[in-house]
Design a protein around this ligand. Structure first.
Ligand code: SF4
Ligand code: SF4
Length: 454
């Protein structure tokens, strides 16, 4: 960068009264080196402008955006990403409030052919919008803070799960939540388990398999801990059946709902804790394995894009989705084929790939596993977005958009020759249940059934 901080008429840059014309030779410093013009001064913050410059305006991201498809007022990811960051070259430019309509599904990030860092740009824009343009005294701020910190609410609620479930199920509670907080009353709150995953883990005495060579550290996240411990139990049992020693370190929320609500400082605290906890285990030979594809997406991509933490790259490069891990390091298809037989009841599932799984290249893996098992049918319901995107579909003003986006998936599930849903994302599962009334299971639960209960 130039030391002068800008161009001048003398250096022949922008603003020169007599710029170079055809046939002129650009003046150099005498050694043939061209001294570039510093148009934008250094700020010390991540510079997202080079990524914005990689955009050649093909609009592929816009055509892949589920919100833009159903809301004609939403300007789309090209605007939220590269165009917004180009505008920010002018220091007085505010973030456009339409960033709050983005659901954080990250389909645009996956679709971009030139690798524009749309995920990083959206998360940063959302955080800047919340920090600078949303009042700390507004309902929007407190509602979003509450949703972003689901783990804190869940920790309290799961101390008295039956009472919490009863209170949260009351019509009066839903009515109050909608009127006071702006949380939709259309949805049923997910129930808290009477025993969390971590309580189960402690009661069984932790790992039952020891191994020097095969060791994984399980990132369960909040939902598998407080709401669906059966998913975490299935993961532990399946990995132990392959001879893995499982560690379950202390951990916090992956940060996914915090990113989606622009609560970047909350996410930074969670990421700092998690990276520190898992980095030490990775250095001891463990790989990090997640049962939720949004958690693995956060640990693998969002932490790296947003936080400069010691060990963040070590954790990111050693993090896997649980099913992906077994497909890479074990003969999962072979084990399933061997375990399945005529004894098992035929089962058919309508499978939805979560957007964050698709972003990690994991689409297709569950359907392929289904092919390996006699009597198991896994019907792919297509590549549409479920529409809920974590906390997005819980906001009163986003509920209709969320359901309109989900309509294609609901229809495909109902058309599939199956009466149970299947997915790896807990909030996609909520949306599938809400839109169809089907029971929805996690792939790990089905793997555990086939591998361990013959
Ligand atoms: S993250 Fe999803 S909703 Fe947001 S702009 Fe990208 S595709 Fe659209
Ligand atoms: S897909 Fe990528 S290159 Fe195309 S408009 Fe969107 S950000 Fe730009």
């Amino acid at each position: 960068m130039s030391d002068t901080g800008g161009s001048s008429a003398e250096d022949g840059g922008e603003g020169s009264e007599s710029g170079p014309t055809d046939g002129d030779v650009l003046e150099t410093d005498g050694e043939g080196a061209f001294d570039p013009i510093e148009v934008f001064p250094e700020t010390g913050e991540p510079d997202l402008r080079p990524g914005a410059d990689d955009c050649y305006k093909c609009s592929t991201c816009d055509t892949n955006c589920p919100v833009a498809a159903v809301d004609e007022e939403f300007p789309g990811p090209k605007f939220q990403g590269p165009e917004q960051w180009r505008l920010k070259r002018r220091e007085d430019h505010d973030i456009d409030p339409s960033i709050t309509k983005c659901s954080n599904c990250m389909r645009c990030d996956h679709a971009c052919p030139t690798g524009v860092p749309l995920s990083q740009q959206h998360n940063t824009a959302r955080a800047e919008y919340v920090a600078q343009q949303v009042s700390r005294f507004s309902r929007e701020y407190w509602r979003n803070r509450l949703l972003a910190n689901y783990g804190t609410m869940a920790r309290l609620g799961s101390r008295v799960p039956r009472l919490t479930n009863a209170v949260m199920g009351l019509s009066a509670t839903k009515w109050l939540n909608e009127r006071v907080l702006g949380i939709t009353s259309e949805r049923e709150f997910p129930e808290f388990a009477t025993e969390t995953f971590r309580e189960w883990w402690a009661d069984r005495g932790g790992a039952r398999v020891s191994s020097e060579e095969k060791r994984i550290a399980y990132f369960h996240g909040d939902y598998a801990n407080y709401n669906t411990p059966e998913v975490g139990k299935a993961l532990v049992r399946v990995f132990e059946s392959f001879g893995y020693e499982v560690a379950v370190p202390d951990q916090r929320c992956s940060g996914t709902p915090m990113f989606a609500n622009g609560m970047l400082e909350d996410a930074r605290r969670a990421a700092t804790f998690n990276v520190e906890a898992f980095r030490e285990l990775v250095e001891d030979g463990y790989d990090v394995v997640c049962s939720c594809t949004s958690c693995s997406f956060a640990l693998r991509q969002e932490y790296l894009e947003l936080f400069d933490l010691k060990g963040v790259e070590t954790v990111a490069t050693n993090t896997y989705d649980a099913v992906e891990y077994l497909r890479i390091y074990e003969d999962l298809e072979g084990a399933l084929a061997e375990a399945s037989g005529d004894d098992g009841q035929p089962a058919a599932f309508a499978y939805h790939t979560p957007c964050h799984a698709r972003n990690q290249g994991l689409d297709g893996q569950t359907v392929e596993l289904g092919d390996a098992v006699d009597g198991l049918e896994v019907h792919d319901v297509g590549d549409s977005c479920s529409g809920i995107s974590g906390t997005y579909g819980w906001k009163r003003e986003r509920y209709e958009t969320s359901m309109t986006i989900g309509a294609e998936m609901f229809e495909h599930i109902e058309r599939a020759d199956a009466d149970t849903g299947l997915t790896e994302c807990p909030t996609c599962a909520m949306q599938m249940e809400h839109g169809t009334g089907y029971e929805v299971r996690h792939t790990l639960e089905v793997l555990a059934d086939v591998l361990l209960e013959q």
